[in-house]
Design a protein around this ligand. Structure first.
Ligand code: ADP
Ligand code: MG
Length: 794
């Protein structure tokens, strides 16, 4: 095993004689020598490598001593080996439950000592919080500061967390902060420091759809609520075909009274349009007929086929209204202010490494996209888990009956069971069947990471039955006999944790992760998959044809199918290959956009930091400029121009992104006449980007022309110029690249993702309305309540 000898040397170092304060002093001394190197860390070359290796060994020995003292864990050799691999820019593969969290502290400390920040990218917010708290004492004993970033944290707290030597957070938060920083007007508003190093915990990061828009939906929710309360045929009516809906005279009066506005002038028109969408959504579109709600998203049902129409949306406003009606996050609307793919986000870190339980099956991809090599570290104690052959059933009903029967059988002996399912629906169905048989179980579906972690932690105790979807309780370790191992001996005698898989995932890694929940750190355990010939992967693999006809698959016995396993694994490799191609395509398309983003960002950043002073208006609008000097003064005029230029850049960049998005949707057509879409896309994107500087200039002049400068100052709001606090963020999957959308849904864990910052015109309209309502309320006197502002930091 590579790094083995080094690891032994490190573990042979005895620092027991040093007092706690000495540890910190030694660590800080190492930090100073690291900062003195030309190219510290794994980038070192030639004679410096020697010195770096010495510092590395000393730092690791310090971490080991601090871990013993501060949190009572004595690192295993395999943890030191994994730490060394990571310190040198590799992905360390270490099985579940072997202690990756502690292994990460070695490289994070080494690079954290350089004082330029290390991001440990965790799977979810809960783990960021948990790991920062759990490992914090080790870092602090060595004089390093630790922080964590959570969704919804205000900017000051984020900034403070990023100033720490080591920061635990999700890639999503790091990405959104990067995008939001790209919209700031002053350097003080930005939260990130320049990126230095990222350590990825679980090499692939799952996709989260429609994230943090919660606080900004109020306006639409209010309208959805209002639409619900209006009386049919009296306050609103529909045409005979039920295709259109409109307010009656009485309805208009009701709405105008309630919203204190005039629906036919100014901003009221915007409200009216939004209200019409709300009425349409509430009274003309029926849930489970015209659309369904699945995985927190509204999905349209095709009128003709009665099936879900993939990738189809209503016009933006209506889509948003339906989402508001269903109380969901808003998924569309507005224009993109910035986007970055996960791969590009990670590539922005000059140094990258990671750890995972199952990387080797994705090694090619990690190398291709991230340039990372995988080092496989064996478990501390050999794994004695027994993986039994898959059982195959004719259909899902037979499979479910068999799963329930098996659970009942094993549960009688009180052996703990963990059941992995593909979906929330399946979990609930299974739980229902168990409950009817009087078998109590816990159902987890990744809705609440924190509570689920607690349940999963107890999943190894006597008599437990836990049903969980793939994502639930990730990163939590299952100890036999419960968290405090009170019943460990009895559970060991029963054979340890029994893991049941209810279908094979498209990605072998996910299956392995599920199996890996049993047999941690040399524990006994076993696993078995129950599959149905109706499962999509099985169908695609043509396994139904492999099963001999004479086999009676209907019973609960099933077919023990050691021989279908190679076929399934072949199908998984094919499916993973397709996903990899899809991700690579996402990456290729994003490549040109990313280069352009960096250029724009650089230009913007120069303005933000006042490294460049724009001087366009003085020549293009000579008269107005000169006319304003006496009243406003020249410095203010320059400030105005600076802000207008920033706004123009953001606006034109957003338009550019929109244009590219449309281009990308259409570009696959060029494949029809034999050209390569991605090449054509890149060509067109470059051409569009070349026009951008002129468009920005024109936009600056236009903004200046429409700017009102009065004695009170400048009315930025009237121009819709707002900082990043007024934008909202969410993640989307990108299916516009010819990837099978079903596949994308089924395979959240592995699709490239875009972080998107939005600026919604509708909400903007709503903001205007509130502004106007406040004005009106003031005019009418204090009796009118002030509406709350809908524009909040996401
Ligand atoms: P992983 O992320 O690899 O699945 P964790 O970091 O969650 O594993 O750790 C799994 C369990 O192993 C934790 O309960 C932790 O306390 C324990 N553990 C980790 N390192 C050690 C060690 N050196 N000695 C004893 N227990 C350890
Ligand atoms: Mg972990």
């Amino acid at each position: 095993m590579p790094y083995w000898e080094e690891s032994e040397r490190i573990l042979a170092t005895d620092l027991g004689g040093l007092c706690d304060a000495d540890l910190a002093v030694s660590a800080q001394r190492l930090g100073a020598s690291l900062r003195g190197l030309d190219s510290p860390g794994n980038a070192a070359e030639g004679g410096e490598i020697e010195r770096v290796r010495l510092i590395e060994a000393e730092a690791f020995a310090l971490v080991r001593e601090a871990a013993r003292r501060a949190i009572g864990l004595d690192p295993f050799p395999v943890q030191v080996v994994a730490g060394l691999a990571m310190a040198r820019g590799r992905i360390a593969e270490l099985p579940t439950g072997e202690g990756k969290t502690l292994a990460a502290v070695f490289p994070a400390t080494l690079h954290g000592l350089e004082g330029r920040g290390v991001h440990v990218l965790t799977f979810n917010d809960y783990l960021a919080r948990r790991d920062a708290a759990w490992m914090g004492p080790v870092y602090r004993m060595l004089g390093l500061s630790v922080g964590c970033v959570q969704e919804g944290m205000p900017p000051e707290q984020r900034r403070a967390a990023y100033r720490c030597d080591v920061t635990y957070l999700t890639a999503k938060e790091a990405g959104f902060d990067l995008l939001r920083d790209g919209l700031c007007i002053e350097p003080e508003q930005q939260v990130h420091r320049p990126f230095h190093m990222a350590l990825i915990d679980e090499a692939r990061i799952p996709l989260v759809i429609a994230g943090a828009a919660r606080d900004d939906r109020d306006g639409l929710f209010h309208l959805a609520d209002l639409a619900r309360r209006l009386t049919p045929r009296i306050e609103f009516d529909t045409d005979s075909g039920k295709r259109n809906i409109f307010l009656t005279e009485r309805g208009i009066m009701h709405v105008e009274r309630e919203l204190a506005c005039d629906l036919f002038t100014g901003e009221g028109v915007v409200i009216q349009a939004a209200l019409r969408n709300a009425l349409h959504a509430e009274h003309l579109l029926r849930r489970d007929v015209d659309y369904i709600v699945r995985r927190g998203c509204v999905e349209l049902v095709d009128e003709l086929t009665g099936r879900v129409a993939e990738n189809r949306h209503w016009p933006d406003g209506l889509q948003a209204a339906v989402e508001a009606k269903e109380g969901l996050g808003l998924s569309r609307g507005g224009s993109i202010l910035g986007s970055i793919s996960l791969q590009h986000l990670l590539r922005r870190y000059p140094r990258l490494c990671g750890m995972t339980a199952t990387a080797a099956s994705a090694a090619d991809e990690l190398w291709d996209i991230y340039g990372l090599r995988v080092v496989v570290v064996p478990p501390n104690r050999p794994c004695i888990r027994v993986d039994e052959g898959d059982l195959v059933f004719a259909d899902r009903a037979a499979r479910d009956r068999a799963v329930v029967a098996e659970i009942a059988r094993v549960h009688r002996g009180a052996r703990p069971i963990l059941v992995g399912t593909a979906s929330v629906e399946q979990s609930e169905q299974l739980a229902g069947m168990l409950q009817r048989m009087g078998i109590p179980c816990n159902v987890l579906n990744a809705r609440n990471d924190e509570c689920e972690a607690e349940v999963v932690a107890e999943a190894g105790d006597l008599g437990r039955v836990t049903i969980s979807t793939n994502m639930a309780g990730r990163g939590t370790d299952i100890r036999l006999g419960g968290l405090d191992e009170r019943n460990r001996d009895r559970v060991v005698a029963l054979g340890g944790l029994f893991v049941i898989g209810t279908n094979r995932h498209e990605s072998l890694r996910i299956d392995l992760q599920l199996r890996g929940r049993a047999g941690r750190q040399g524990d006994p355990g076993s696993s078995r998959f129950f599959i149905s010939l109706e499962d999509p992967l099985v169908r695609r693999a043509g396994i139904d044809r492999l099963v001999p006809r004479e086999h009676e698959l209907q019973g609960t016995g099933g077919l023990d199918s050691r021989f279908v396993r190679p076929a399934i694994e072949h199908a998984q490799r094919v499916a993973e290959g397709e996903c990899f191609d899809a991700r690579k395509r996402v990456y290729e398309y994003a490549e040109v956009i990313e280069r352009q983003r960096q250029q724009i960002h650089e230009r913007r950043q120069e303005l933000v930091e006042r490294r460049s002073i724009p001087a366009l208006l003085e020549s293009r609008r000579r008269e107005r400029w000169a006319g304003l000097i006496p009243s406003v003064g020249e410095p203010t005029l320059h400030t105005i121009e600076r802000r207008l230029t920033l706004a123009a850049i953001d606006r034109c960049w957003a338009e550019h992104l929109d244009e590219l998005r449309m281009l990308r949707d259409e570009i696959h057509l060029v494949a029809l006449d034999g050209r390569t879409p991605v090449v054509e896309f890149t060509r067109a994107a470059i051409a569009a980007f070349e026009r951008l500087p002129d468009r920005i200039d024109v936009s600056v002049v236009e903004l200046f022309d429409s700017l009102e400068v009065t004695d009170d100052g400048v009315s930025w709001e009237a121009l819709g110029l707002r900082g990043p606090s007024a934008t909202w963020t969410y993640l989307i999957s990108d299916t516009a690249f010819g990837a099978n959308p079903l596949r994308t849904l089924a395979n959240h864990a592995s699709i490239g993702l875009f972080a998107v910052l939005l600026w919604s015109p509708l909400l903007f309209g709503w903001g205007l309305y509130l502004h106007w309502r406040r004005r009106r309320a003031r005019a009418r006197g204090p009796a009118q309540a002030e509406p709350s502002d809908t524009q909040q930091e996401p």
